[in-house]
Design a binder for this molecule. Structure first.
Ligand code: XIL
Length: 459
């Protein structure tokens, strides 16, 4: 597997260790009782997600539609399907201009018969290409690419909720650049050409860019972020970004912040291929991912990459919500409870404000601190704004940037400029912070990131 699960903080793991398995089991049981008493609580993943205006999907291979245990779970629990392999280029156009839709159509029919959405996956990808494509290059390949997009999107026109128009086009590591591939070598504009072509073929489908290792704020996700922002600025038709979320044993601590910064660009976000290594942290991580999606208004749904552990492409990790016998795992209960209790963007007011080791200077009412992730020539900064012992109504954080540094993008705040000393003012939805509460904003830029502790002024 060439997907390296992103390593985040050990926060969730240490919580699980504190509780221990028995404590975790009690916590799950208590949460289950609490959820069961909630009005309109959903009893399945799909119905609970629908209560929150979201879908809950699974990747499905056509050949498993004849496995009654599989379809029993699928039809009971899920209300969206992604074909696991059936709509990829090698499946739909095995020889040039000879299209095969039999297995893709089977999945679409099953979805329609059960009122499920279909996520189309995927029109263009460097992997799972038929041999004839791998032998093309230049304008011949570009024509074949656009013909493929047109033909497949036209065949499924009106039946697809969202298409992964382009899959995995960015490189891993710190470059934030495009991945080298035969598709990329046809010219850097291949992605926007594909989105325009897909829009023309099926105007009703939401058009997504989908990738992995983009689940936290890092150089790769920032590369994607910059592309989406550029597309929105220039009117290239993009509606959504998919975060595959093939995860290991830790969740990036900025998972939700990352989803939110994309949503703030004016696109929907979706968790498209979720699976998480089984271990003491699995249920906690599934709950955290679910809560993050519910906390981001434009996160429209979650898809797990398979149903049972033995259905998974990484079955050795037992990464799904149902075990190989089709039984619900603790991770299932954690997701269902999170769906039934989540959905608010503001945390409930806490009765006892958390202790502050460094109280804010009297009169200012708020403090701010920075987390900076840098690479040669660029950086991303997250700013954590915390209210003091009284609630804050509006805030401004002042940050002085090193000489030569230029801000290229800001989310969840309004900057006064792009260089030198910059005042970041709250936006509509995050100006009010309860006593002891906090909010985050962020920005990215070229040059060297800021350091030190910025000033924060309330009001
Ligand atoms: C995987 C399928 O699950 C496997 O059956 C197949 O052999 C390889 O592809 N990212 C994606 C998915 O976008 O299409 C991949 O699916 C998993 C990684």
């Amino acid at each position: 597997m060439d997907h390296v699960p992103h390593r985040g903080t050990p926060r969730f793991r240490s919580r699980a260790r504190l509780l221990g398995p028995a404590g975790a089991a009690i916590a799950v049981a208590v949460a289950t009782l609490a959820a069961a008493t909630t009005a309109n609580a959903g009893t399945t993943l799909g119905s609970a997600a629908a209560e929150k205006g979201r879908y809950f999907g699974a990747a499905v291979p056509a050949f498993k539609l004849s496995d009654s245990q599989f379809t029993g779970i699928l039809d009971r629990e899920f209300n969206a399907i992604t074909p696991e392999n059936e709509m990829k280029w090698d499946a739909t156009e095995p020889s040039q201009n000879q299209f095969r839709y039999t297995s893709g159509d089977q999945i679409v029919s099953h979805a329609q018969a059960h009122g499920m959405k279909v996520r189309g996956h995927t029109l263009l990808w460097h992997a799972q290409q038929p041999a004839w494509v791998q032998n093309l290059s230049g304008s011949t390949l570009r024509s074949a690419m656009m013909n493929h997009v047109t033909q497949v999107a036209t065949h499924y026109k009106g039946q697809i909720y969202a298409w992964d128009v382009v899959n995995e086009a960015f490189a891993d590591g710190g470059s934030g650049a495009r991945r080298d591939s035969n598709l990329q070598r046809t010219g850097n504009d291949w992605i926007e050409a594909a989105f325009r072509t897909a829009r023309a073929a099926d105007p009703a489908a939401k058009l997504c860019y989908n990738d992995y290792n983009t689940d936290g704020i890092n150089a790769k996700s920032t590369g994607v972020y910059n592309m989406v922002r550029d597309f929105k600025t220039r009117g290239v038709p993009i509606d959504c970004v998919g975060f595959q979320s093939h995860l290991g044993t830790t969740l990036p601590s900025d998972y939700q912040t990352n989803l939110q910064r994309f949503a703030d660009l004016g696109v929907d976000v979706q968790i498209t291929e979720l699976d998480i290594t089984q271990g003491s942290n699995q249920a906690n991580m599934y709950a955290a991912v679910t809560k993050a999606c519910l906390a981001v208004t434009r996160c429209t749904g979650i898809t797990t990459w398979g149903v049972r552990d033995n259905d998974s492409w990484r079955s050795g990790d037992n990464p799904l919500l149902f075990d190989s016998n089709g039984n619900k795992k603790p991770a299932y209960t954690a997701v269902l409870n999170a769906l039934n209790t989540g959905g608010t963007t503001t945390p409930p007011p806490s009765t006892t404000p958390p202790p502050t080791t460094t109280p804010p200077p009297s009169g200012s009412g708020c403090t701010a601190n920075l987390t900076v992730q840098s690479w040669p020539g660029g950086f991303v900064t997250n700013v954590h704004v915390t209210a003091g012992s009284t609630a804050v109504n509006g805030w401004t954080v002042r940050i002085t940037l090193p000489a030569g540094t230029v801000i290229t993008g800001t989310w969840s705040a309004q900057p006064s400029g792009t260089n030198g000393t910059v005042d970041f003012r709250n936006v509509d939805y995050n100006g009010q912070i309860g006593a002891g509460g906090s909010t985050d904003f962020g920005f990215q830029g070229t040059g060297v990131g800021p350091s030190g502790t910025p000033s924060c002024t309330a009001g």
